[in-house]
Design a protein around this ligand. Structure first.
Ligand code: GTP
Ligand code: SPV
Ligand code: MN
Length: 605
C-alpha cells in the first residue's frame, strides 16, 4: 500500500487519481523490480526524451535527417521477428471457452509461469506506464488499456499506433474500466516466451518478445483477442479488417471493410490508387484503417465501423511507389522501421522497395550486407526480413479520409473476405445472403505468410482472417456473427475475393493492387442492386463483361480462368470443411452445417 506522501508525489509525477490503476502498477513493479517507474504523458517533449534514451541505449538508430526526417531504425532479436502463434494462449477458466483453434492454459498456471519469468525482469530498466485508447478518446466505440512495458521501442510504437497519455488518463477518471496489459522483454528467451490473454480478468501478460503483435499490446492482443470477447458479450464485432471509402464522381462515398489474413493485402487495398484505365470515371479511394475494424449496429440499422488504431504497422517488403505510393509517402517522415536493411548511409531499404539499394549496409540479422552478397542457400542475402515493418501515423497518409477518426465510425455497404489461394477461389464472388456469407467467412482458407512463425505457403483454414486472433471458442464466434446479422436491420452484403490465383506457370493471373478497384466497383454496384452476375453453386460471380477492364491488358482467357468455378474442385474441398467444422463439436452453430449441406447439394446437382 502507498503512504499518503507517496500518493502526493505520484500525483506530481503524472500518476492518476485512479486508485485501482495505481495499486496495479505498484503490484507489477513489486514483481518486476524496475529501477524506476515513468508515467507516459504523450507529450512532444517526452517523445524527444525517449528517442534520445533509445538511441543512447542502442535500441534505436536515427536515420539521415535529410532523407528520413524524424525516422528511426530498429532491429529486433533475429529469433523474434514475427508473431509466435504457438506461444500465444487464451487463459479462460474452462478450456472449451478457448475452443479447439486456440492454445489454452488455465489462468492460475498462466500467471504462475509468467510470474517466474517476470520476477526481477526489469532490474536495471525503467517501467513505463502507457495509458492508451483504442478508438478516438471518448468515442462510444473506444476501449482504454494501460500497457506497462520495459521497452522504449514499445512506448514509441504505441505512441504512433494508439492515442496515449494524459487525455486517456483524464477519460479514465477515478474508476474507469481498463485492460491491464503487462509487457516485459525479459531476456528474449524463446523457451520462456508467452503471450497470455485472460479475457475474464481483462488482462494481457506478454513476456520474452519485443516484436510487433507480441509486444504492442493494443493491437492484436487487445483490439482483437480481448475485444472479440467483449464484443460478443456486448453485441458488436472486433475484426481483422481494413476500412476504406470509395468516392464516386458525384462526391458520394461508400464504405467497405475487408478481412484478409496477415500479409494478404489489407494495407495495400486500404491505400489503393485508381488505375489509369479507371481514372476517367473519377473515383477516389479514402483510407480509414488497414488492419482492425470494430463494428456496431448504428441508429439507422446499418453496421458502422471504426478503426481503433491511430497508425499503420505495415509490411515493408514489396512496398514501392508503384505498388503502394500512398504507403511510400506515409513513411517519408516520423516513422519507425523494424528489421529492414539499414544502409551505411543511414537510409533504409527492403526487397522490392523504392529505388536502388544502398551500396552497403547491415541486414535484419545484423550481418554486413551488399547487393551482390549471397546467403547460405546461394540466393541473394536478404536485406530485410520478409515480415519487416514500418510504423507510421495514420494522419500522414495522403489518402487518409477526413473522417477516419470520427467517433461514430462510418456506415458499411459491403464486407469482403479473402485469402491467398493459387487455385480454386475465383477473383470475386457474392454470397447468397448473410448466413451464407458467414459460411463463406468461416471457411476462408489461405496460404501461410511470413507474418507468423511457421511453414510459409501451407494452406490452412483461417476463418474471417481471425484464426490467430479470436479470443474465444470460434464455434461461438460463428454463432455471434449469425446473431449480428439477425439483429442488424440493414446488414451489408458479404463477398469473397482472391487476388492470388495463379496460372499453370505459377504466375499471378490478376495484376492486383490498384487494379483491385475494378472488383470493388462491381461489389459496390451489387450492393445497389446493379452489376450483372451469374449464379453459381458457390454464389454470384460477375457476368461476362461486368467487371470494367478498360485499359487493362490481361492475357487471353485470363478473366475466364479468374472467374471459373469448377464444381469438382469445390466438391473436393467439402470433406476438409466438414472436418474443420467437426472440430467444434456442438459449439458449431447448426446453421453452418446446413449451409455446408446446401452447398454440397448445389454442387452435386
Ligand atoms: P498484415 O499487416 O500482416 O495484417 O498484412 P496486410 O494484410 O496488410 O498485407 P499487405 O497489404 O501488407 O500485403 C502483404 C503482401 O501482399 C505484400 O508483399 C504485398 O506486396 C502483397 N500484395 C498486396 N496486395 C496484392 C495484390 O493485389 N496482388 C498481389 N499479387 N500481391 C499483393
Ligand atoms: C499481422 O500479423 O496481422 C499484423 C502484424 O498486422 S502484427 O502486429 O505483428 O500482428
Ligand atoms: Mn494484421
Amino acid at each position: 500500500m502507498l503512504t499518503e506522501q507517496q500518493r502526493t508525489d505520484r500525483a506530481g509525477s503524472g500518476a492518476p487519481a485512479h486508485a485501482g490503476l495505481a495499486a496495479w502498477v505498484d503490484e507489477i513493479a513489486g514483481i518486476c523490480k524496475p529501477d524506476s517507474v515513468v508515467w507516459v504523458d504523450g507529450s512532444e517533449a517526452e517523445k524527444k526524451r525517449l528517442e534520445k534514451r533509445g538511441v543512447a541505449r542502442g535500441q534505436l538508430i536515427p536515420l539521415d535527417p535529410e532523407r528520413f526526417p524524424g525516422c528511426f531504425y530498429s532491429r529486433s532479436n533475429p529469433n523474434d521477428v514475427a508473431r509466435t502463434e504457438h506461444l500465444t494462449y487464451i487463459c479462460t477458466e474452462k478450456k472449451e471457452d478457448a475452443g479447439p483453434t486456440n492454445n489454452w492454459m488455465a489462468p492460475e498456471e498462466g500467471y504462475k509461469k509468467a510470474r517466474e519469468v517476470l520476477k526481477g525482469s526489469m532490474r536495471g530498466h525503467t517501467l513505463y506506464v502507457v495509458p492508451f485508447s483504442m478508438g478516438p478518446v471518448g468515442s462510444p466505440f473506444s476501449k482504454i488499456g494501460v500497457e506497462l512495458t520495459d521497452s522504449i521501442y514499445v512506448v514509441l510504437n504505441m505512441r504512433i499506433m494508439t492515442r496515449i497519455g494524459r487525455p486517456v488518463l483524464d477519460q479514465l477518471g477515478a474508476d474507469g474500466e481498463f485492460v491491464k496489459c503487462l509487457h516485459s522483454k525479459a531476456d528474449l528467451d524463446v523457451s520462456k516466451r508467452m503471450i497470455l490473454h485472460f479475457p475474464q480478468d481483462n488482462t494481457i501478460w506478454s513476456v520474452g518478445s519485443a516484436y510487433g503483435g507480441n509486444a504492442l499490446l493494443g493491437k492484436k492482443c487487445l483490439a482483437l483477442r480481448i475485444a472479440s470477447w467483449q464484443a460478443r458479450k456486448e453485441g458488436w464485432l472486433a475484426e481483422h479488417m481494413l476500412i476504406l471509402g470509395v468516392e464516386h464522381p458525384d462526391g458520394k462515398v461508400e464504405y467497405v471493410t475487408a478481412a484478409f489474413p496477415s500479409a494478404c493485402g489489407k494495407t495495400n487495398l486500404a491505400m489503393l490508387i485508381p488505375p489509369q484505365g479507371l481514372k476517367a470515371k473519377g473515383y477516389r479511394i479514402w483510407t480509414l484503417g488497414d488492419d482492425i475494424a470494430w463494428l456496431r449496429v448504428g441508429p439507422d440499422g446499418r453496421l458502422w465501423a471504426c478503426n481503433p488504431e491511430a497508425g499503420f504497422f505495415g509490411v515493408a517488403p514489396g512496398t514501392n511507389s508503384k505498388s503502394n505510393p500512398n504507403a511510400i509517402a506515409t513513411v517519408s517522415r516520423d516513422t519507425i522501421f523494424t528489421n529492414v536493411l539499414l544502409g551505411d548511409d543511414l537510409t533504409v531499404w527492403w526487397e522490392d522497395g523504392e529505388g536502388a539499394p544502398p551500396a552497403s549496409g547491415t541486414n535484419w540479422e545484423g550481418k554486413p550486407w551488399k547487393p551482390e552478397f549471397k546467403g547460405p542457400d546461394g540466393k541473394p542475402l536478404l536485406g530485410a526480413h520478409p515480415n519487416s515493418r514500418f510504423t507510421a501515423p495514420a494522419g500522414q497518409c495522403p489518402s487518409i479520409a477526413a473522417n477516419w477518426d470520427s467517433p461514430s465510425g462510418v456506415p458499411i455497404s459491403a464486407i469482403i473476405f479473402g485469402g491467398r489461394r493459387e487455385r480454386l477461389a475465383p477473383l470475386v464472388f457474392e454470397s447468397l445472403g448473410w448466413e451464407h456469407g458467414v459460411y463463406v467467412g468461416a471457411t476462408v482458407a489461405s496460404e501461410r505468410t511470413a507474418a507468423a512463425v511457421g511453414k510459409v505457403g501451407e494452406v490452412r483454414r483461417d476463418p474471417m482472417a481471425m484464426l490467430p486472433f479470436c479470443g474465444y471458442n470460434m464455434g461461438d464466434y460463428f454463432g455471434h456473427w449469425l446473431e449480428m446479422g439477425a439483429k442488424t436491420p440493414k446488414p451489408p452484403k458479404i463477398f469473397h475475393v482472391n487476388w492470388f490465383r495463379k496460372d499453370e506457370h505459377g504466375k499471378f493471373l490478376w495484376p492486383g493492387y490498384g487494379e483491385n478497384l475494378r472488383v470493388l466497383e462491381w461489389i459496390l454496384a451489387r450492393t445497389r442492386g446493379e452489376g450483372q452476375a451469374t449464379e453459381t453453386p458457390i454464389g454470384f460471380v460477375p457476368a461476362k463483361g461486368a467487371v470494367d477492364l478498360t485499359g487493362l491488358e490481361l492475357s487471353a482467357g485470363a478473366m475466364d480462368k479468374l472467374l471459373e468455378v469448377k464444381k469438382d474442385e469445390w466438391l473436393a474441398e467439402l470433406p476438409g470443411v466438414r472436418e474443420f467444422f467437426d472440430r467444434f463439436g456442438d459449439r458449431l452453430p447448426k446453421e453452418l452445417g446446413r449451409q455446408l449441406d446446401a452447398l454440397g447439394q448445389r454442387l452435386a446437382s
